[in-house]
Unconditional design. Structure first.
Length: 432
């Protein structure tokens, strides 16, 4: 496809993510799966080695701001071994340090591989403690209340397409944090490792989303499952990841409302992902037609407070009574044979406001606005509806930047705010 239309962009091909090359010895540490536990104040590590392991040992040194928290040296007697490390000491200064957008505290870790008492490999990394849970209609991070204020992020640049340099990543994250947002829903794109790294160190929540298939076929199940398992595996160690999204708006599973095979695909991947990521939220289908999800996410582009309040008035009560009483557009929230149970609900697409001066460049959602004050008034109404409705546990605004024909970003393709960013921040920071 060499042209863009509706919500489809010009296709790209080739290598667009950073390729990392490293020279290592024949015996080396191939991978480490790091799983911290808030409840147990410890961290579990699973080590994967390759090569000749005769007389091999691994030394692990965990520190926080140069203060050693835990240190051990054990024999490597198999290609896969594990160990658990306590993260608290009797020192008054060394209590459990947790990760959040307010305080993105990270532990440093160094792995030294010895063979015949000779150092042959050193790997340095980090980890953070982030346990995401739901309690009723409330989201918790490390047992404290969290209200996600996210931006929909397509991950496109004007002249670079999908390829972001380091400074581009930092700029996008900081732009959104400056106006009071605390994370992003990365839409239909798996980012390079540097993006995850900067989300970790800058304190920025990330919703990781499987890029959708275009249509449902038998090999869709195989290819999406294989790709998704690799995506989850590669990024397991990043504390910034809050949510794993399997399907978006039923894309690639367009009959999921009542098609048993498509329902079981989404439900099966939910349980498979949950077995790998028990401390993160997993979503079967973001927007509508959920099977089993940890959060109930809906999309709605109504343009006024009254419209949104009417759409979602007494949402919880109406969902319990009948799933078909609530519509997001022409869609139901739950699939046939699946029922709502009490859990946090989020409005994960709304706004998407465009200016009339950009009408020749593309489109936005709802009526075009003419002036900055008109934009801000409409945006404020939509944010007010979320808070005054007292049901949504978080939200995700459409969207970070203009992307080709979609001219509905908070910033344009050159990353300039379209309205006064301080006024945006004032609206966004009304609560939390």
């Amino acid at each position: 496809m060499n042209h863009n239309y509706e919500c489809f962009y010009v296709q790209t091909t080739g290598i667009w993510k950073t390729v990392w090359l490293e020279k290592v010895s024949s015996t080396h540490l191939k991978d480490v799966v790091i799983t911290p536990s808030y409840a147990n104040s410890n961290v579990f590590m699973e080590f994967y080695f390759t090569g000749n392991l005769n007389n091999t040992e691994i030394e692990t040194i965990i520190s926080f701001k140069d203060l050693i928290v835990s240190k051990s040296r054990i024999t490597v007697n198999r290609p896969i071994i594990n160990n658990t490390f306590d993260l608290v000491t009797d020192s008054a200064t060394m209590k459990l340090k947790c990760w959040s957008h307010h305080a993105p505290d990270l532990y440093d870790v160094e792995f030294n591989i010895y063979q015949n008492n000779k150092l042959i490999d050193t790997v340095r990394s980090y980890f953070g403690i982030s346990e995401f849970l739901a309690r009723g209609n409330t989201i918790l991070l490390n047992r404290s209340v969290l209200f996600p204020k996210l931006i929909l992020d397509q991950g496109y640049l004007k002249d670079k397409g999908l390829t972001f340099f380091e400074e581009d990543i930092i700029k996008d994250i900081n732009l959104m944090k400056e106006i009071g947002l605390n994370g992003c829903r990365k839409h239909q794109k798996i980012e390079c490792d540097l993006f995850y790294y900067y989300c970790d160190i800058l304190g920025y929540y990330l919703w990781q989303e499987l890029p959708s298939a275009y249509e449902w076929r038998n090999n869709t199940i195989h290819s999406l499952t294989n790709e998704w398992l690799e995506i989850v595996k590669q990024h397991h160690n990043h504390p910034c990841i809050m949510t794993e999204v399997i399907v978006n708006e039923s894309w690639g599973t367009m009959a999921i409302l009542n098609n048993k095979s498509q329902q079981e695909f989404a439900t099966g991947l939910y349980y498979l992902t949950k077995s790998l990521e028990p401390n993160r939220f997993v979503i079967s289908n973001d927007g509508w037609e959920h099977t089993i999800s940890d959060l109930i996410n809906v999309h709605n582009y109504s343009a006024s407070k009254d419209e949104l309040m009417n759409d979602f008035d007494n949402l919880e009560e109406r969902l319990f009574k009948s799933k078909r009483n609530i519509f997001t557009g022409a869609k139901t929230v739950m699939c046939d044979n699946y029922e709502y149970s009490l859990k946090p609900a989020l409005l994960t697409e709304f706004a998407g406001i465009a200016f009339s001066k950009d009408r020749n460049l593309g489109w936005g959602y709802g009526d075009l606005v003419n002036e900055e004050e008109e934009f801000l008034a409409r945006f404020k109404e939509e944010i007010d509806a979320i808070h005054d409705g007292h049901f949504f546990a978080g939200y995700c605004i459409t969207q970070l930047s203009d992307v080709q024909q979609e001219v509905n970003g908070l910033v344009d393709e050159d990353r300039n705010f379209k309205v006064d960013k301080n006024k945006l921040k004032q609206i966004i920071n009304r609560r939390y």
